[in-house]
Design a protein around this ligand. Structure first.
Ligand code: PLP
Length: 427
């Protein structure tokens, strides 16, 4: 089939706007009449710096990111950030503890003070915790990575949705049951679980900052719902997301981080100090401070991917005068249309997650028509594909059907799927 004949509901990489790709195809051969393609220009050129700075500024405008937050373009994907968040926020925690024990002394001076070192070691041993809220496969993977890098004794599973739901994902445990640590290095959660179709309805109440603006260090993975709704950025210490769902092409990962948590305000501990504390030393390319200091150009960055992301942002800003809220309203409408179509046939479809937490971006359901789920889902996928509705197969770990309703799915595309859902049920 041709590109215009299909609506692709795959979970990622996702569809990119055709006009952005057409323009990018030209830019690949010759960028701005320079005779060189965009992927061939030096990442250190002025042209590359302009692409980075414009994409940063447009992202900040679209999402209302405050001035005291930095935007970083990183590599290594969401999975790389599972590790980067651990290293960087454990480092920030160690710096905080060191200063609490002796505010004036540097890392090096600390290393030469056995009594202070012992106190710091004791604090690491008894107090260092990262809290994870496990609500699906991706937060589960992030927590597993933390356990691997840091040791399970430093990882606190503050909540695990499977415990109260027959070992399955599909709910978010009530906040009153979360077992949060005192002064955690971070509280980590995944805002939208791509595999399980579970999305936080909003920012967790119990993690909100107090009236003085201080609160827990909250870090969220927004890989699969970024740019689709307003975010209370100030409530977060950091947010990260891979580009390949709502932002652009696979290859860059964005980190939005509070500048207070970067040097000079918060330097990372030296490798020597970390070693003495038996804590892992971060690879330099995962150090947020290093990336920030170099405006995301510590090493060779895929400027092509930043360019694509920048063009998608420009298109969003052109389409929605009220920025992300414009996209949010469209997402809401598409979501209601799709869940509405499924709910109209309770004897044929079963939405997997609980209604209170179901995702606007990844709509996960089973086809129970006739009792033979496997056969019914095969028939559903086959008929959908024949009508140009593709990419609907659920993640291999959970099966079922998943319709990824990212920004690139137009209202017409969502309507076409909703009509198919209805027609298949009646057939
Ligand atoms: N987090 C979420 C929510 C995801 O959906 C994904 C991938 O689909 C990842 C993390 C992992 O991202 P990557 O494949 O870029 O490492």
């Amino acid at each position: 089939p041709s590109r215009s004949e299909i609506t692709y509901f795959g979970a990622g990489p996702a569809l990119l706007p055709t006009d952005v790709l057409e323009q990018a195809a030209e830019a690949l051969l010759d960028y701005q009449s320079t005779g060189l393609g965009i992927a061939e220009h030096s990442h250190r050129s002025e042209l590359a710096t302009n692409i980075i700075n414009e994409a940063k500024a447009d992202l900040a405008t679209y999402l209302d990111i405050p001035e005291d937050y930095e935007v970083l373009f990183m590599q290594g994907g969401g999975s790389g950030e599972f590790a980067a968040t651990v290293y960087n926020f454990v480092g920030a925690w160690v710096t905080r503890k060191r200063r609490a024990l002796s505010s004036k002394k540097t890392d090096e001076e600390f290393l030469n003070e056995p009594a202070l070192m012992q106190e710091l070691r004791n604090a690491v041993g008894s107090e260092l915790k990262i809290d994870y809220l496990i609500t699906g496969g991706w937060s589960q993977k992030a927590a597993a990575e933390a356990q691997r890098l840091l040791g399970p004794e430093h990882v606190n599973i503050a909540a695990d949705a499977r415990q109260s739901n027959n070992a399955k994902f599909g709910t978010i445990p009530d906040e009153s049951t979360w077992k949060l640590s005192k002064d955690a290095a971070m509280v980590y959660y995944c805002d939208n679980e791509t595999v399980d179709g579970v999305e936080f309805p909003g920012f967790p109440k119990c993690l909100e900052p107090g009236p003085d603006g201080t609160g827990p260090i909250v870090v969220a993975d927004m890989s699969s719902n970024i740019l689709s709704r307003r975010i209370p950025v100030r409530n977060f210490s950091a947010i990260f997301f891979g580009a390949q769902k709502n932002l652009g092409s696979t290859g860059v990962t964005v980190v939005v981080i509070k500048k207070d948590l970067l040097p000079p305000k918060t330097p990372q501990p030296s490798a020597a100090l970390l070693r003495k504390l038996s804590l892992p030393v971060p690879p330099i390319i995962l150090e947020y401070g290093t990336i920030a200091k170099n405006n995301s150009l510590y090493n060779t960055l895929s400027i092509f991917d930043v360019y694509i992301a920048g063009q998608v942002l420009k298109k969003l800003l052109r389409s929605y005068p009220n920025k992300v809220e414009g996209q949010e309203a469209v997402s809401e409408k598409k979501t209601q249309l799709l869940y509405g179509a499924l709910e109209a046939h309770p004897d044929v479809y079963k939405v997997v997650p609980d209604k209170s937490v179901r995702s606007r971006m990844n709509i996960c359901f089973r086809v129970t028509k006739g009792g033979d789920v496997d056969a019914a889902e095969k028939a559903f996928l086959k008929e959908a594909t024949a009508q140009g509705l593709t990419g609907l197969k659920g993640h291999r770990s959970v099966g079922g059907i998943r319709a990824s309703n990212y920004n690139s799915i137009t209202p017409e595309g969502a309507e076409k799927l909703a009509k198919f859902i209805d027609a298949f049920a009646k057939s």
